[in-house]
Design a protein around this ligand. Structure first.
Ligand code: ADP
Ligand code: ZN
Length: 837
């Protein structure tokens, strides 16, 4: 298949000979491997290898194995020379991957997480790999720019390159069939590792090809001559010459301003070589297009002194090349993002990778846009809002090293980058970093562990750090970097307290609680052309639809709590289990038309705002909006462009965003958390209020924040109002210390679900017995068994046990031994719980 016109290039870098099979890295001879399987019983099983498999198997790769009568996919977690004594091992059926799906560091992190969170390793591995990676032979390879340009003498490598230039993209199995050379597999592996080849997901096929061109080999001046007198033709040659790489047809047409006919003519003349390249999926819809446009140059700012000092601290640690931990602290708008983006640039410059974590998907678009502006090629975005093909593409770009800077929510901490230099956890105090289903890990804490394993620098970022992090700074485990000024003229917003006890009594149940003061402030903002953000932590129309005649409240039979009324959708939805009824016009029980919506969620607030301020454009940002057309990026863009005057939403509106035209923020009810039997309720309230205050007055003029509350004397509310962070920290730390709560202790919640309350209680009581029988039980404090705050869910009772101790390792050890290997049905173990419901 040698084509006389094929360019003299290969996917291997020029100075590299094709590998010999003998040179391939080999594992020390191992006859057995430990395989992690996604099974509730135990986690690791040992299997036997054939000599062929011994040569090829690698930790982190997937295999197919027999389990009982079934076949399952498992991960190789370790190699061993001998089988455990007395265990009959079975052979592995097939190797799925040629190279590991997980780099060794992630495998080590998975082991740590399984151990720390008392959770099956298989669960952790499943969380780490969000995509169904293709089997080796199914992988569809394509040349990267580098691979397309590389020049090589070796015939196999050259044949491979021209094959891919011609076909664009091929399955590995097809390539192997076509080229039929024993060295091809080794060649592919090496080219992938060196960035000459990349792969796309099997699911993402067809229609994504685009015509691409490159200069024919030879003297550029001669080529230019041959292009003739047409200025467009010469311009194309010059453009490609300057670019130094192949270019897509559309890139050329735009860059030179020529037509497709010009390109076709040059190709016919043999001046250009035409081939097809798979087009990368543009992730534009996941990026904010208004905040930082890719076409514009990144902002050139002179850092202030405090920013410079902070950056220098991080850069020194990066140069040191070992694990280091920082807390980058400063009020919102003090320029923390600017500092960590520059630190990211420094890490990339060193050839290392960077992970930027944010607490919510809604915060990804703006940060990703800012990152793309600075690092257009290196950026990858990773989160559950991506389509399957997009996610596969991004994952593969990361895995192959094409993308080295990843922006995403907590799960992005598992991005398979290599040579990690920096992990940034923005808004580290945010509770969304904790995952509330198995594996119940905390994104910030695992990010710190990942940095430690990789010898990277971890930077936690916050205006109001978590109590855990504050204590870590006090005890010297973290280096604090503090920004003291707010950028520009912006000063802290004026806090306005509205004591709801003094408001005129609400006439109708469910009337939206807009205090007179809040109305006045909104009117003022509208009159002055400023924007407003209102926080209401409840989605839907009203938390309750009540029949005034008979008291019917559409309770979810399984969860024991009233369903939320969603008027736009015409549904009553249980927010705990998502069971739905269509909303009736009359009461199904007594047939009366006396149904009344009690209380207000975001949807009702929106309606009330329309009624009161008919000329203002209002938008809603909450979880329902994620599913409606446009998604969070579109809503935030409209707001950023000033097309919306008032943005209403759940906590999503108060986190992280930078909107200079927002002069007013308000919370309709600041007390909603404080009544919860959760030791973090105060911390949650304080964080929410300071976040919200941080959204106000980020531009030239000072902002205002209105806090409506029935508890104006509460220390969380006072501290937030007066921006007195030290006062909050002192009171809250004292409370935690006196009552033995984290961070002064380590807590584990055991939550048991059972259809029968008695049986559940009996089983938890038995566990308590086993714990107190442990020799180190004296170091623990056990609370319960008791019913959990949310007593029933999906038809089951929920019972809990809280176990605390001064040393986390002791707590975990006792529990591991008390709970045993065998899983207890219905029991969820939550280490470092954050959502005690
Ligand atoms: P934070 O992350 O602390 O909330 P940002 O880094 O987002 O703050 O900065 C807020 C705004 O100030 C951004 O628009 C940013 O571009 C700008 N900014 C940051 N540092 C400087 C600086 N040294 N000079 C001028 N503007 C700055
Ligand atoms: Zn329910």
């Amino acid at each position: 298949m040698t084509d006389p016109h094929a360019p003299d290039v290969s996917p291997l870098p020029p100075d590299q000979d094709p590998p010999d099979l003998a040179d391939l890295p080999q594992l020390p001879i191992t006859a057995f491997v430990d395989i992690a399987l996604p099974l509730p019983v135990g986690q690791i099983f040992t299997y036997r290898l054939t000599p062929y498999q011994q040569q090829r198997v690698k930790p982190g790769a997937r295999v197919r194995v027999p389990v009982g009568k079934r076949r399952m996919t498992g991960y190789v977690v370790a190699a061993r020379a001998e089988a455990p004594a007395g265990v009959e091992t079975r052979p592995i059926e097939a190797l799925i991957d040629r190279d590991p799906v997980l780099p060794p560091e992630l495998l080590e992190l998975a082991r740590f997480a399984a151990d720390y969170y008392l959770t099956p390793l298989g669960d952790v591995l499943a969380a780490m790999i969000p995509v169904e990676a293709d089997a080796w032979g199914d992988r569809r390879l394509r040349l990267t720019d580098r691979g397309a340009m590389a020049v090589h003498q070796e015939p196999v490598a050259r044949a491979l390159q021209s094959l891919l230039l011609e076909r664009g993209q091929m399955r590995i199995s097809e390539i192997e069939e076509e080229l039929d050379d024993p060295r091809i597999e080794a060649l592919l592996v090496q080219a992938i590792e060196e960035g000459g080849l990349s792969w796309d997901a099997a699911g993402a096929r067809g229609e994504r090809y685009a015509a691409a061109f490159e200069l024919a080999p030879g003297d550029p001046d001669a080529l230019r001559e041959r292009a003739g007198r047409s200025p467009a033709g010469r311009a194309v040659v010059d453009f490609l010459g300057a670019l130094g790489r192949p270019a897509l047809g559309e890139e050329l047409r735009q860059g030179v301003g020529c037509s497709s006919a010009v390109l076709r003519r040059l190709a016919t003349l043999g001046i250009l070589l035409r081939f097809s390249q798979p087009r990368r999926l543009a992730l534009d819809r996941h990026l904010m297009s208004t905040s930082a446009r890719m076409e514009d140059p990144p902002p050139v700012l002179a850092l202030r002194g405090d920013q410079q000092t902070a950056l220098a601290g991080i850069e020194r640690a990066l140069t040191g090349g070992t694990f280091a931990r920082f807390l980058l602290r400063g009020i919102t708008g003090s320029g923390k993002t600017e500092v960590y983006l520059r630190a990211a640039a420094a890490a990339l410059e060193q050839g290392r990778s960077v992970l930027l974590l944010v607490p919510e998907i809604a915060l990804v678009p703006a940060l990703a846009a800012a990152a793309r502006q600075r690092f257009p090629l290196a950026l990858a975005v990773l989160h559950s809002g991506l389509g399957a093909a997009e996610r596969q593409q991004e994952w593969a770009r990361i895995r192959t090293g094409e993308a080295r800077l990843v922006v995403g929510p907590r799960s992005a901490l598992f991005a398979p980058v290599t040579n990690l230099g920096l992990i940034v956890v923005d808004e580290e105090q945010d509770l969304s970093y904790k995952q509330d289903s198995s594996p119940r890990y905390h994104g910030r804490d695992l990010a710190l562990m990942r940095a430690k394993i990789s010898g990277a620098v971890a930077v936690l970022v916050s205006a109001t750090p978590s109590l855990e992090t504050r204590l870590a700074v006090v005890s010297g485990r973290f280096t604090p970097l503090t920004l003291t000024e707010r950028v520009g003229h912006g000063s802290l917003p004026e806090g306005i307290l509205v004591d709801l006890r003094n408001e005129p009594v609400v006439r109708l149940p469910g009337d939206v609680q807009f205090s007179e003061r809040l109305i006045v402030e909104i009117e003022r903002a509208l009159a002055e052309g400023d924007q407003t953000i209102l926080l209401r932590n409840r989605r839907g129309y009203s938390p309750l639809l009540l029949c005034r005649a008979c008291g019917e409240d559409f309770r979810c039979a399984d969860c024991g709590l009233p369903r939320t009324y969603h008027r736009r959708a015409g549904e009553l939805i249980c927010h705990y289990c998502d069971s739905r009824l269509s909303a009736p016009v009359r009461c199904p029980r007594c047939r009366a038309e006396t149904l009344e919506a009690i209380g207000a969620g975001t949807e009702r607030i929106e309606e009330a705002l329309h009624a009161r301020f008919p000329d203002a454009a209002v938008d809603v940002l909450d979880r329902d909006a994620l599913r409606r057309g446009g998604g969070p990026a579109a809503i935030l863009e409209r707001f950023e462009r000033g097309e919306t005057q008032i943005l209403v939403g759940t906590q999503m509106v108060s986190k992280g965003h930078h909107f200079p035209r927002v002069a007013l923020t308000g919370i309709l009810s600041a007390d909603s958390y404080l009544g919860f039997p959760d030791f973090r309720a105060v911390e949650k309230t304080y964080a929410m209020l300071t976040q919200l205050a941080g959204r106000a007055g980020r531009g030239e003029r000072p902002g205002r924040v209105v806090i409506q509350t029935f508890l104006p004397e509460h220390y969380a509310i006072r501290a937030a109002l007066l921006q007195d962070d030290a006062a909050f920290a002192e009171q809250e730390m004292r409370f935690r210390r006196i009552f033995h709560y984290p961070p002064y202790t380590r807590m584990v919640q055991l939550l048991l679900r059972d259809r029968s309350r008695e049986r559940g209680l009996a089983r938890l009581t038995e566990i308590v017995g086993r714990i107190s029988g442990h020799p180190r039980a004296g170091e623990l404090r056990v609370t319960g068994p008791a019913t959990a705050p949310l007593e029933r869910l999906r038809g089951e009772w929920r019972l809990q046990l809280l176990v605390r101790g001064a040393q986390g390792s002791v707590v975990r050890q006792v529990l591991r031994e008390a709970l045993g290997e065998k899983p207890i049905p219905g029991l969820a173990v939550d280490v470092d719980p954050y959502h005690l419901l």
